[in-house]
Design a protein around this ligand. Structure first.
Ligand SMILES: Cc1ncc(COP(=O)(O)O)c(C=O)c1O
Length: 384
């Protein structure tokens, strides 16, 4: 039964997770490589976290600086905007680089990119709009902290605070769609899946980079990967990569206890809302509804899903700092989930089910840096 307690909760997939074959557009990585300031983000070896998890190796993909922004989200936003514009207006010159594409788009302006956000996706859409010479209108929930609102506004976007939850902002953004307002959402709804599909595709660059970095550093493929989940789009990308034929990596989903829509859906066997208000400090994960595009893959591709209290995220932010990674609250959530699962309340059962031993290799994605700098210095004193 689902309760509103702050205690950690877990769901284990009763069936072995599915293998999936996904065909990716092979232009994605090349497109990202062509963006101004592109460089692969760091893959960090994390011995403190490994000791805490009771495994041999932990790798942390550090997304605290991605294309000039403090989160991974611009990978999805840039690719989705590019593909949507290309689909709507064509790309007769065959441009693949944003600045060249921007010139061609002038014939179609004024155009406004619209997005609902818990913070990072909206800022990323606003940045892409700026790079393309387009307007941005970003809708945020009423409880977003000032630092995140200011960061979005600093990209030149018009920011609208919606009275309500993140899910209310998604509905409000969808209502703004028209000829001159392109909604760039990282979650899907009935009749709207094309753009979020491209957002998920865009995240694949993270895993292409990790594969190359592990090969270079002589690291083993991970036995377990954790994916923190808001609407589940990032986790969908993780499942697509690590549940592909030839990979037997387990994927574990992680949410805050107060916004556990995927966990509730897994328990119910059908999409189920986590009613608001969602007050976790893991702000990017404060979502009441799972993306219906991600849901089928999460249902069959996750080996387990865990909901963690804020205290776990804070604990693991401090651990990651010891390993040299600045990780915000949502950024650290994946590692926090693994701490709960492999070394906390559920350790015995989880280690047995996932086959985790002291010799295992684990991968986490630190999906953001200190996106709320004041909170970061309170949680990780002496850093930030
Ligand atoms: C830092 C960070 N990590 C993870 C997520 C979760 O991504 P998704 O909503 O695709 O599940 C978000 C979403 O906003 C985020 O901002």
């Amino acid at each position: 039964m689902t309760t509103t307690t702050d205690l950690p909760r877990v769901y284990f997939n009763p069936s072995p997770p599915d293998m999936l074959t996904t065909t990716l557009d092979d232009r994605i990585l090349a497109f990202h490589e062509g963006l101004p300031g592109y460089a692969p983000t760091r893959l960090v070896h994390a011995p403190h976290l490994a000791a805490a998890l009771g495994v041999r190796d932990v790798w942390v993909k550090d997304e605290s600086s991605r294309l000039g922004l403090p989160a991974y989200k611009i990978l999805g936003a840039a690719w989705a905007v590019y593909r949507e514009l290309e689909t709507r207006y064509g790309n007769p010159e065959g441009w693949t680089q944003l600045d060249e594409f921007a010139t061609q788009l002038q014939a179609h302006t004024p155009l406004t990119l619209v997005a609902a956000t818990d913070g990072n996706h909206g800022r990323a859409v606003a940045r892409v709009a700026r790079l393309l010479g387009l307007n941005a209108r970003i809708l945020v929930p009423q409880d977003m902290v000032r630092a995140r609102i200011d960061a979005i506004a600093s990209e030149g976007a018009r920011v609208t605070v919606v009275r309500g939850t993140y899910d209310d902002t998604v509905e409000a953004a969808a209502r703004l769609a028209d000829e001159r307002h392109l909604v760039i959402s990282d979650t899907a709804w009935d009749g709207y899946t094309r753009v979020p599909g491209w957002v998920v595709e865009g995240y694949s660059t993270i895993f292409r980079e990790i594969d190359a970095q592990l090969a270079l550093q002589g690291g083993r493929a991970p036995d377990v990967v954790a994916a923190q989940m808001g609407v589940g789009s990032l986790a969908m990308a993780v499942v697509q990569h690590y549940r592909a034929p030839g990979s037997d990596t387990h994927v574990v989903g992680v949410e805050p206890t107060g916004a556990d829509c995927v966990l509730r859906s897994l328990e119910a066997g059908t999409l189920t809302e986590a009613p608001g208000p969602h007050r976790s400090i893991m702000a990017g994960l404060n979502c009441g509804n799972t993306s219906p595009l991600a849901w089928p893959l999460l249902r069959t591709g996750l080996s387990a899903s865990v909901a963690i209290p804020d205290a776990r995220a804070q604990e693991v932010m401090r651990l990651l700092a010891k390993d040299g990674v600045t990780s915000g609250e949502s950024g650290a959530a994946g590692a926090g989930g693994l701490l709960e699962l492999l070394a906390g309340t559920f350790a015995e059962e989880a280690r047995a089910r996932l086959g985790v031993t002291e010799d295992s290799t684990v991968l986490v994605i630190s999906t953001e840096g200190a996106t709320d700098p004041d909170a970061y210095t309170r949680i990780v004193p002496g850093e930030g």
